[in-house]
Ligand binder design. Sequence first.
Ligand code: ADP
Length: 219
Amino acid sequence: MVSGYMALLEKKYLDRLDDRGKEYVRFAMDGAMRMDCLIVDLLAYSRAGTASLDPKPLDLGQVVERALLNLGPAIEESQAQIKVSDMPTVAADATQMLQVFQNLIGNAIKYRGEERPVVEVSASEGENEWEVAVRDNGIGIPPEQQHRLFQMFIRLHGRSEYEGTGIGLALSRRIVERHGGRIWVESDGKHGSTFRFTISKDLASAARTDEDCAGQRND
Ligand code: ADP
């Protein structure tokens, strides 16, 4: 509603606004759009903690494909090269897993360096769990900052450098932990980052409550 009325104001009264007035309208529209993104992300975060999980056999390869489809414009704009290895079928909630892959692959493209982005999605099999990796050749993350990134609203860069709400990784952690897994990042701070998360092979261990997970964290 705010951005709608601002757009109307700009359209109908443009000739009566001086340059400063036009600038104010632009600022207000910008702010309304950011507020919209923030609310959408906060809602997703809240739902991921409260909505009941619906873990079903899920082909992660198909989930990645769907995420790439949704990220189509960003992939095209950045000319990103995405390599996807064989992905397993696990017991997980389809909507929530899509959010995790979309966040991690989306970040891998967004936080790119000078080079054309190359993103590799892969999975390796452990005894009781799968370990999924999303590796990029982007700007990297200094080791001393890595533990903070999974908290809400933590961003290492200003809005003028990269757009974002600082919720994506907190949301991803919430989802992974509700599925009984862990998520972390590896980077030397210069040569790209690899985000990894685990997902149990055991259907019964999926679907934890957020309270179960909070007890295992110490942040
Ligand atoms: P957002 O991208 O909206 O800021 P996230 O929670 O997804 O929020 O990420 C938090 C911060 O972690 C980002 O602001 C960025 O500084 C850093 N980050 C996330 N992914 C990457 C990545 N692949 N490479 C470098 N930095 C990253």
